[in-house]
Design a protein around this ligand. Structure first.
Ligand code: NI
Ligand code: MN
Length: 227
């Protein structure tokens, strides 16, 4: 089981041969210019919400791969409007859990806003919990710190993907609180350094997590790590 980081909040899991891509945003990310978007062939694409920096490459990657795209109802309806066939779209909503061949995926709360790249209504943002084999992985999407994260504390998560860039989401200090709320010591930082407002001091971030008894992982863009 492994994950590759593609910048911003875009990650691709490999779960026993099944590739699951989240929040594709590569061609418009100046930090991810070494990644060839046309090389990606996921089996599934999950979208946390419909902001441009989470969906910009959904259409091209879906066309190349035939991936099934999963999202909250209103974002899923935007996905269909981009020409993704009905049988390749899974819509669901908070509290729901998908049972897929590779494992289960629960949709959980996120505190943020959402709209399509065209500025239209797209429902609300979400996070996901992946249950794959013995592993439990939380992908927070874009979110501020919220007390609802406490609802995940008894899951005994193995990994948490948390935004750390601030400005549009939690910053490093709130992400540390979030890691404690969800009761997960191993955090992979996302949603930082892509644009000036979310630039952070990564060395300081790593030290702050360590001081709090937590481990922050910041894979380079294109780097794959084992989960
Ligand atoms: Ni957003
Ligand atoms: Mn974002």
């Amino acid at each position: 089981m492994k994950v590759t980081y593609y910048g911003q909040s875009c990650v691709e899991f490999e779960f026993n041969g099944t590739k699951v891509l989240l929040d594709p945003f590569i061609r418009y990310n100046s930090l991810a210019q070494d990644i060839d978007v046309n090389s990606l062939r996921p089996d599934y694409i999950f979208l946390s919400h419909c902001h441009q920096d989470h969906v910009a490459d959904m259409e091209v990657i879906q066309k190349n791969s035939g991936a099934t795209v999963a999202a909250i109802v209103e974002t899923a309806s935007w996905v269909r409007k981009q020409g993704v066939p009905e049988d390749k779209v899974i819509e669901y909503n908070f509290g729901g859990t998908l049972s897929l061949p590779f494992g289960k995926v629960k949709m959980v709360y996120a505190l943020h806003t959402s709209s399509t790249p065209e500025g239209d209504y797209a429902g609300v943002p979400v996070g996901y919990v992946f249950f794959v084999g013995e592993k439990k992985i939380y992908f927070a999407g874009d979110t501020g710190l919220t007390f609802e994260m406490k609802l995940l504390e008894d899951l005994e998560l193995d990994w948490a993907f948390l935004p750390i860039g601030g400005h549009y989401t939690m910053d490093v200090d709130d992400a540390i609180k979030a890691a404690k709320f969800v009761n997960c010591k191993k955090v992979i930082g996302i949603h930082y350094n892509t644009f000036p407002p979310i630039a952070i001091d990564t060395k300081e971030a790593l030290e702050k997590f360590e001081t709090n008894g937590l481990s922050l992982f910041l894979p380079a863009i294109g780097e794959t790590i084992s989960l």
